[in-house]
Design a protein around this ligand. Structure first.
Ligand code: MN
Length: 228
């Protein structure tokens, strides 16, 4: 095969072992913590989870400066547990989701142009430009599931310039990791390299140029970025 021009490099996220995890797709789930659903004006009901995506090359390496993106005056942080898939399939039963599918876990930030999202919601338009902009998906190094032991509970938090803005527990997710993998696999055929951002607890808010964001999930490498 001869390409018309050199193909773009495969986006990657480091694994704590030193390997690189090749990213295929980025799926995100909306309103997966009741307190965040309420702060966004929704009722936290357990109806089917809904998903949106970011492009794989929206990944931003831990420790980076994230340039303040264009076309927004309301850039928000959303700290999230990220599930990295090492296996895939379609129609995966909830009770069959295991280490064959889940490669590991990381901390992510679902950075959001909230003003564009509000405008899209009001017009019934897609969220892509609110969620899937360049460098909108900072992710920490992936901890392989064999070292992560479950990850069904634990503190999730976000600090801006040292001040706690978001704090919750991943046990409070409305849809658990196995349930999310199952539900997504009923919509698309999942594959190794897929990442799932699992939603954010309450306390989302704006960031400004120069802010230092520290996103943490108990047991995982902290994710630290600075807004440029
Ligand atoms: Mn989110």
């Amino acid at each position: 095969m001869r390409f018309s021009f050199p193909p773009a490099p495969v986006p990657t996220v480091p694994v704590v072992s030193g390997d690189m995890f090749p990213v295929r797709r980025i799926f995100c789930v909306g309103r997966n913590y009741a307190d965040h659903a309420r702060e966004m004006g929704s009722d936290p009901v357990r109806e089917k989870p809904f998903f949106f995506t970011k492009p794989a090359d929206a990944i931003l390496e831990n420790g980076s400066v994230m340039p303040y993106p264009p076309a927004t005056e309301n850039l928000h942080h959303e700290v999230e547990l990220v599930v990295a898939l090492g296996g895939g399939g379609r129609g995966i039963p909830v009770d069959r989701v295991d280490a064959e599918h889940v490669f590991g876990y990381a901390v992510g930030l679902d950075m959001t142009r909230r003003d564009l999202q509000a405008a899209a919601k009001a017009k019934g338009q897609p969220w892509d430009m609110a969620k899937g902009f360049d460098k909108s998906a900072p992710v920490s190094a992936i901890l392989p599931v064999v070292q992560a032991q479950g990850m069904s509970r634990g503190r999730i938090a976000l600090r801006v310039n040292g001040e706690v803005r978001q704090s919750g527990d991943i046990a409070d997710m409305i849809w658990s990791v196995p349930e999310l993998v199952h539900e997504l696999s009923m919509l698309v055929e999942l594959a190794p390299g897929d990442l799932i951002f699992t939603g954010t607890p309450a306390g989302v808010g704006p960031v400004a140029r120069g802010d230092r964001l520290e996103a943490t999930v108990a047991g995982l490498e902290p994710l630290i970025i600075t807004i440029g």
